[in-house]
Design a protein around this ligand. Structure first.
Ligand code: ACM
Ligand code: ZN
Length: 482
């Protein structure tokens, strides 16, 4: 008899022998002392499902759907015991480099929920666009949500590009996700990656100079001034409005890729450092993150930030760290809880040639005992429509779902066989098909090289040259300080 394909793999599947024929009604039994997301399915003379919460019953339904699809109305008798490995199982969508309609987001939620993801990290602010309606500051969307051109690799356009989510849109997504037992985690990325805010409010930069919403990919030098009280006031006002829309436990405040050249020559930032007794700008970022995090905690939130916020050595141990690129191993050394989003394994904006399905699946994500979960991002510089997003994410997202949910890890070959079975439940027209998942190394290397060359254009090359000069200046500053 065909062993059942279930993804993510349940903790335990025990075949009992015999078949249940025709009687597919489900008897539900609430068992209060079971885990929050755990469930148990018994298929014998009838189908019985035990769980303690609606989420548990929901996950049991998903598993049963996979069984019904494989066996029709003649199911092998079995007992399934299942509960997640991690409480935090997230996917992230960048809606800033390209804007995605509410219907597109719902499509992603549908797909992700069916593999038992339970968090949607919504990246809503960036250098290339601010995407959130804020009543108190309408200029954020009037100015900050529109960029004057798009130069992302082969996409070259002088046209204005924009879009933002109204409060009604965001509530619609939050409610839709909640019906799928998914919490929506908003991210405002500060103090770097914030040209969208700064284009609308140049008074929050260190210099007060005009800032453009950016039109290329990359890391930019415009920062919120950490020595200006108004930066905090505006951020707290934005948080107030967002907390009314997003009722969940978590809130993300970014903090990645913050090149601090502007802070080094800003009177206000330097005065703040002096007042706090700091001798480097990384500590100032730690202060900035702590101050915003304290405010969020006063609103009942658990705060997540990217791993760069550990660099100053003064981050509150209450913050949760999202590990994406941690060459100095700061996450291992810190007491903070960790979410694993390793760049080389879980970033789905990179081609299958660079990050094949098997590599995602086989990733050993055990940094240490403080890991609370996994998250897979899709950054969208080079993803401009939902079909491309689905191609990049599926089936690789499913390998991350497996790593986040399953306490047991079947061999990759078993996962692939199960995946091919499960894919029959979906219209997989847009998905990457099997020949793409794990190409041989030589083809992978050639295709990866071409893909990276394809991301270059004149505007981006100019930016890289300018970056070199600024990096040199920043390095000299640190050298002189020593
Ligand atoms: C990141 O990829 N900059 C978090
Ligand atoms: Zn400043």
């Amino acid at each position: 008899m065909m062993y059942p394909s279930i993804i993510p793999a349940p903790s335990k599947v025990a075949l009992l022998g015999g078949m249940l024929i025709g009687k597919l009604d489900v008897v539900k039994e609430t068992v209060p002392d079971m885990g929050k997301e755990a469930y148990e399915i018994t298929i014998k003379d009838k189908i019985t499902v035990k769980a303690s919460t609606d989420a548990g019953f929901y996950y049991a339904d998903i598993t049963l759907e996979q069984l019904f699809q494989q066996y029709g109305d003649c199911i092998p008798c079995m007992i399934i015991e299942d509960e997640p490995r991690y409480a935090y199982r997230a996917f992230m969508i960048d809606c800033c480099r390209h804007f995605f309609k509410v219907a597109d987001i719902k499509k992603m939620i549908d797909l992700c929920a069916s593999f038992k993801f339970n968090k949607f990290h919504w990246h809503l602010s960036e250098d290339q666009g601010w995407r959130i309606e804020i009543e108190k500051y309408p200029q954020l969307t009037e100015i900050g949500s529109v960029r004057h051109g798009s130069y992302f690799g082969k996409e070259i356009s002088d046209e204005d590009y924009g879009g933002y989510y109204t409060k009604a849109d965001m509530k619609e997504i939050v409610d839709y996700a909640a019906r799928h037992f998914i919490e929506v985690i908003p991210e405002i990325d500060i103090p770097g990656h914030s040209s969208g805010i700064l284009a609308a409010m140049p008074e929050l930069t260190c210099s007060g100079n005009k800032v453009e919403v950016k039109t290329t990919a990359g890391i930019f030098w415009d920062l919120l001034c950490a020595g200006n009280e108004n930066s905090y006031k505006v951020i707290f006002d934005i948080i107030d409005e967002l907390c009314d829309i997003f009722p969940g436990e978590y809130f993300h405040i970014g903090g990645d890729e913050v090149p601090k050249l502007q802070w080094t020559s800003c009177k206000k930032c330097q005065a703040k450092m002096k007042e706090l007794g700091y001798d480097n700008e990384e500590q100032l970022q730690g202060y900035f993150v702590n101050r915003v995090s304290d405010y969020l905690r006063s609103r009942g939130k658990t705060v997540i930030s990217w791993n760069e916020s550990l660099k100053g050595g003064n981050l509150s141990s209450e913050n949760v760290i999202q590990l994406w690129m941690d060459k100095d191993n700061l996450c291992k050394k810190s007491p903070n809880r960790i979410i694993i989003s390793d760049f080389y394994h879980y970033y789905m904006d990179y081609p299958y040639e660079m990050t094949p399905l098997k590599k995602v699946y086989n990733y050993d994500d055990k940094v240490n005992g403080k890991v609370i979960g996994v998250e897979t991002p899709i950054w969208c510089e080079y993803v401009s429509d939902i079909d491309r997003m689905i191609y990049m994410c599926f089936p690789r997202f499913i390998a991350v779902a497996q790593n986040g949910w399953s306490k047991r890890k079947p061999a990759y070959e078993t996962f692939e066989k199960d995946l091919i079975n499960i894919m029959k439940m979906y219209d997989t027209t847009e998905w990457a098909q099997r020949d793409v998942w794990n190409r041989p190394l030589l083809i992978r290397n050639v295709k990866t090289a071409f893909r990276f060359i394809g991301t270059l254009n004149r505007e981006f090359a100019d930016k890289l040259l300018d970056d070199r000069k600024k990096r040199k200046k920043l390095n000299e500053y640190y050298k002189n300080k020593k």
